[in-house]
Design a protein around this ligand. Structure first.
Ligand code: C5P
Length: 222
């Protein structure tokens, strides 16, 4: 179904978790599997796009026919995203579960056990999708909102605040569609419209989302 509609378009996708170093042997991260972002990369490639997948560490095979850029931290991911968008980017999809904070001080040596209690101070990470959306040459920019309550209201807020063209909202309090599952159900919001997709495989959903992006970005051939 979306064959060829993205021919000649360059699509950049972030996926997976980020890892934020505590010291040379430890990190903080999250349970993102990367499945939704990888499925979107495959769907965009199948639609004829030239795709770059900027990915945090996941256990998924690298999709064929996609430029693959592995990264670790949020700061690395931002740098990779900015330089990829510098080359050319028509559609930017932020599917990564970027760590909101990182340890402020990262010692060069392993932290030794001593006190019974310890504190790690964290500082806020840069917002990758918001910095891409703030560019003068802004691509069609798509974000995700994983929420546990007031899903639509929070997603709407992020659409405006981050200056996105589209946001994909999902209710992660629902066990069937959580972080690691094979399936997902989402509501996609844009300025003045929305469309809901019932529970389906992430790969089917990815194709539907690519079709919707294609029509919202006015790339449809029909
Ligand atoms: O604010 P929140 O983390 O819920 O926003 C989610 C959206 O923003 C996702 O598309 C995510 O990839 C993106 N994001 C980002 N950089 C961050 C935090 C979130 O690109 N530091």
């Amino acid at each position: 179904f979306s064959e060829g509609v993205l021919q000649g378009k360059r699509v950049v996708i972030t996926a997976g978790p980020t890892r934020e170093a505590i010291d040379p042997v430890r990190y903080v991260s999250n349970h993102s599997s990367g499945k939704m972002g990888y499925a979107l990369a495959i769907a965009a490639r199948n639609a004829g796009a030239s795709v770059e997948l900027i990915s945090g560490p996941v256990a998924l095979p690298v999709p064929e026919g996609v430029k693959y850029t592995p990264v670790s931290s949020a700061v690395d991911m931002l740098e990779a995203a900015e330089s990829s968008v510098d080359q050319q980017c028509d559609i930017f999809i932020a599917a990564a579960a970027v760590a909101d904070y990182r340890p402020e001080q990262v010692p060069e040596q392993k932290i030794k056990k001593s006190q019974d209690k310890m504190v790690i101070e964290l500082i806020k990470n840069p917002d990758i999708v918001a910095s891409i959306a703030a560019r003068k040459d802004k691509p069609f920019t798509v974000g995700f909102a994983a929420e546990t309550q007031s899903v639509i209201a929070y997603a709407e807020g992020k659409l405006q605040k981050k200056n996105l063209d589209m946001i994909i909202a999902n209710d992660v309090s629902d066990q069937r569609i959580g972080f690691n599952s094979e399936d997902n159900a989402v509501t996609v919001l844009w300025q003045g419209g929305r469309e809901s997709f019932s529970l389906q495989s992430k790969s089917l959903l990815a194709g539907n989302i690519i079709d919707l992006i294609t029509s919202r970005a006015n790339y449809s051939k029909n």
